[in-house]
Design a protein around this ligand. Structure first.
Ligand SMILES: Cc1cc2nc3c(=O)[nH]c(=O)nc-3n(C[C@H](O)[C@H](O)[C@H](O)COP(=O)(O)OP(=O)(O)OC[C@H]3O[C@@H](n4cnc5c(N)ncnc54)[C@H](O)[C@@H]3O)c2cc1C
Length: 489
């Protein structure tokens, strides 16, 4: 008899796990509470404009290739990729920006221009980053986080010390120029924590950034989720949309017998949840929850975000597809996110203008823009705050890039803490899960397999390996492998 696996959610981690389980012969049904697949990577369309609602950076193309290769496919059977040049642009002040090129030579030249002699240090730093990438992303992160022993192998043993000091130290030992430091610390933001609280080992993100480059899937990140869903369907997975799971039913022997969805009981041999971990445990009777409210409250969550999806009636000048506004200090903004949660005084922000490189995103002569301000999860989210911060970033955009844009706004839609909670059952409205800090890495993260319910498993950005789209693909693979190992096919 084929094992009946019921999967909660259709984010990247669930899609990945569903593919692996179906390939091995399981009967897989995915239940998604929203009417679109993709989880945080949903798509929003308005008046001929298109927006990726969540992820916009396609990094680590090798992880996607490895995923599709496991099914004898290549990504280009499902979506078309383009390497962006510049990869991104960083604003430091009025009319003062640098563009990160699409190859290492361009980046070395930029570093030399900013700080004489720095390209030599960058080469050494990237050698370490590439080496860490090869050990971590090609191997370590594919381990299930069951035991600390997983981290130990002849290859990794020389790297373990890098788990015990932080990436900020690693960078600041080599570079003095504050602009270069900001650029080198930027990839850490994807891990959801402060550079001073992120293990040095994660400098593999700098290799992902400079060494592997920034890519754009034509039509946006949603096309990647859609491609994975197409693959899943080819493998026999069934999708049920508008299907919020309300309960995981566990019998007296601690076995999940099924789920309740839209008031109907559905039988299961195995339940796998890609919905937020905290929420999933709430679907269980209290005695079957592994982690208390106190546990979650003490954890360092990746930030939430205030987002704006904006249609402009003209092209915006002096910006790139990905533009970072780092004209304010990251450290003081980070204090408002992690130390004393509050709305930030002088926020950094990120803007994406995908219609610069992809006509699908906006009608001719117009520009689609997504603005993102990282904020602490759980902040009070009101219309007044949203408006106040929209004005702040539009004013800054105008000043820094030297143009008027306010009167060219055709429409704007905002998205913040309340929406993350309502749409994704996200803990405190976090945008991208549990941060990868020194004490929340690998086996120190919430576990893939429940210790209280025999046949209940978790995947996604709150378990291993952590936040981001590539980690979500990996998380799905790890969860599927653990299920197949523990439960059989
Ligand atoms: C604004 C934003 C920007 C980001 N930018 C990037 C980026 O540029 N690059 C990058 O790599 N990563 C980025 N990330 C992170 C990345 O998008 C996530 O880490 C990843 O998509 C998470 O996938 P997941 O499968 O873990 O969870 P999710 O995508 O959250 O999927 C969980 C799914 O479960 C569903 N669900 C919840 N409760 C239930 C229930 N009871 N029943 C049924 N279904 C349920 C939800 O609706 C959701 O669809 C970003 C995230 C956000 C929010």
């Amino acid at each position: 008899m084929r094992k009946k696996v019921k999967v909660l959610g259709s984010g990247f981690s669930s899609l990945s796990a569903a593919c692996y389980l179906a390939k091995e012969g399981c009967d897989v049904v995915v239940y998604e509470k929203n009417s679109q697949i993709g989880g945080r990577a949903r798509q929003f369309k308005k008046e001929g404009f298109l927006f990726d609602m969540g992820p916009t950076w396609y990094w680590m193309p090798d992880v996607f290739e490895r995923f599709f290769k496991d099914f004898n496919r290549t990504p280009d059977a499902y979506y078309k990729l383009e390497k962006l040049n510049p990869a991104y642009e960083v604003y430091f002040g009025l009319g003062d920006s640098v563009k990160i090129g699409d190859d290492l030579d361009k980046i070395y030249t930029l570093f030399e221009k900013e700080e004489k002699g720095s390209s030599k240090y960058l080469k050494d730093f990237l050698k370490l980053a590439e080496n860490n990438y090869n050990v971590a992303v090609k191997d370590l992160v594919y381990r299930p986080g069951v035991s600390p022993l997983e981290l130990i192998s002849p290859k990794t043993v020389t790297k373990l010390n890098q788990l015990f000091f932080d990436i900020r130290k690693l960078i600041q030992k080599r570079f003095n120029n504050p602009r270069l430091i900001k650029i080198l610390e930027f990839p850490v933001l994807f891990l959801g924590a402060k550079p001073g609280n992120t293990p040095a080992m994660y400098n593999f993100m700098n290799w992902a950034d400079f060494g592997l480059g920034t890519w754009h899937p034509k039509g946006g990140m949603f096309e990647v989720a859609d491609g994975m869903a197409s693959l899943a369907k080819e493998l026999g997975v069934t999708f049920v949309l508008d299907a919020a799971v309300d309960k995981i039913a566990v019998n007296a022997n601690g076995v999940a017998e099924g789920i309740v969805v839209n008031d109907e009981f559905v039988e299961a041999d195995i339940v796998l949840s890609g919905a937020d971990y905290h929420h999933t445990e709430k679907l269980l009777a209290e005695e079957y929850r592994q982690y208390s409210e106190k546990y979650w409250d003490k954890k360092t969550f990746a930030p939430s975000s205030l987002l704006f999806y904006v249609g402009f009636d003209k092209k915006i000048e002096n910006v790139s597809h990905h533009t970072l506004f780092f004209d304010e200090e990251f450290d003081s903004h980070a204090e408002y996110i992690y130390d004393t949660p509050a709305w930030p005084k002088d926020p950094l922000f990120y803007a994406s203008f995908p219609s610069i490189s992809d006509d699908a995103f906006a009608p001719k002569g117009k520009e689609a823009a997504t603005f993102l301000i990282p904020i602490a999860a759980g902040l009070e989210d009101t219309e007044a705050y949203r408006e106040q911060y929209f004005d702040i970033i539009i004013d800054r955009l105008e000043k820094l890039t030297g143009q008027k844009v306010k009167n060219s706004v055709l429409f704007k839609e905002s998205y913040c803490v309340k929406d993350f909670i309502k749409d994704y059952n996200s803990y405190k409205g976090n945008a991208y899960g549990l941060a990868n800090t020194l004490t929340q890495t690998a086996f120190l993260r919430p576990k893939i397999k429940s210790s209280k319910v025999n046949n209940l498993y978790f995947t996604g950005q709150l378990t291993v390996p952590g936040p981001g789209v590539p980690p979500a693909l990996i998380s799905g693979k790890i969860a599927a492998e653990l299920i197949l190992k523990k439960e059989g096919k």
